[in-house]
Write a protein of this length. Structure first.
Ligand code: CUA
Length: 328
């Protein structure tokens, strides 16, 4: 019975490995995590096949004939079996713990020379700040999308402004919570050019499913061009920065044709903003519960954007929104 179970387990394990269940591997760490994942999966498949196989066989083989109400023969203890079902799980669980610990240590072992990117999470948007890159006004470069240079190791320093979120790029495999009050870390060396989704993987409120961004992995030349472009944008007028800010912070909930955003968690701004004064638009940002558009619930939009954003940022946002919706 055990041999049949083992054979079935081996076949299932091979099937499991040859179906491409997992996303592409786009980081140095992805292979380490996948190997640990497959080790655990294969152990589970084989243990399940043996236990289920023996159970099904025993139910069929030793079933009572109709009308047989007698007790079964008394059995007490089997030292060999008891040793086996104690020792085998100990060996398996210890092997998984050691293998995973080594894989995690290798994934987090990156060279001293590496880039630091600060990730700030808030309902329902991501901000990526590059403390090593200064804009013309002396502020560090910040972006609503994660841009990385291929083969450059990155240390992410992750924080949250409100509730617990979790940063994850499936193709990179590494995942880390963003917890208010502390800075958590994770490490990624991207190895593949391309664009990958950034997802929030901790239920964080009504907009959790829309809390997405993207990670772009570029060549060195493309990355340098992106940095120059961001510096140039920072020097442009308030309304250009306002648009950038809108796409990063507001677009995950609001529709606005000019910015190309389509989410409908909050009111469609192309409908509700035309005709409003700058002061009214400002109020709807810093005190969103003062007036609620018809069909929407109060207390969905965070009411602390007045503290999260600087005054120039809010000015830029208001100016952009007036321009984009036909105001003065
Ligand atoms: Cu942030 Cu889910």
């Amino acid at each position: 019975m055990t041999l049949v179970g083992l054979a079935v387990g081996a076949v299932l394990a091979v099937v499991a490995i040859f179906i491409p269940w997992l996303p592409d591997q786009a980081s140095r760490e992805a292979g380490l995590i996948d190997n640990a994942y497959w080790l655990v999966t294969i152990i589970c498949v084989v243990v399940f096949a043996v236990v289920a196989g023996v159970s099904v066989y025993a139910v069929w083989k030793f079933r009572a004939p109709p009308g047989d109400l007698e007790d079964g023969s008394p059995i007490h203890g089997h030292t060999g079996l008891e040793i086996a079902w104690t020792v085998i799980p100990i060996v398996l669980v210890t092997a998984i713990a050691v293998y995973s610990g080594v894989a995690l240590a290798q994934a987090e072992d990156i060279p001293d020379e590496h880039r630091v990117v600060e990730i700030s999470a808030q309902q329902f948007a991501w901000t990526f700040t590059y403390p090593g890159i200064k804009r013309p006004d002396g502020q560090p470069l910040a972006s609503g999308e994660l841009v990385m240079r291929v083969d450059e190791p990155v240390e992410f320093q992750i924080s949250s402004k409100d509730v617990i979120h979790s940063f994850w790029v499936p193709e990179f495999r590494m995942k880390q919570d963003a917890v208010p009050g502390i800075t958590t870390r994770t490490y990624v060396t991207p190895t593949k050019l391309g664009t990958f989704p950034v997802v929030c993987t901790e239920l964080c409120g009504l907009g959790h499913s829309t809390m997405r961004s993207r990670a772009r992995v570029l060549t060195t030349a493309e990355f340098d061009r992106w940095v120059e472009e961001q510096k140039r944008l920072a020097e442009e007028g308030a309304s250009v920065q306002g648009k950038e800010l809108f796409t990063q912070q507001c677009g995950s909930c609001h529709t606005l044709a000019d910015a190309g955003t389509t989410m409908e968690l909050g009111p469609n701004l192309d409908n509700v903003l035309p005709g409003l004064s700058a002061d009214e638009i400002r109020e709807s940002i810093v005190d969103p519960n003062a007036e609620i558009a018809e069909g929407f619930q109060p207390n969905v939009m965070p009411d602390d954007f007045g503290e999260r954003l600087t005054d120039p940022q809010i000015d830029g946002l208001v100016e952009y929104l007036r321009e984009a919706t036909g105001g003065g």
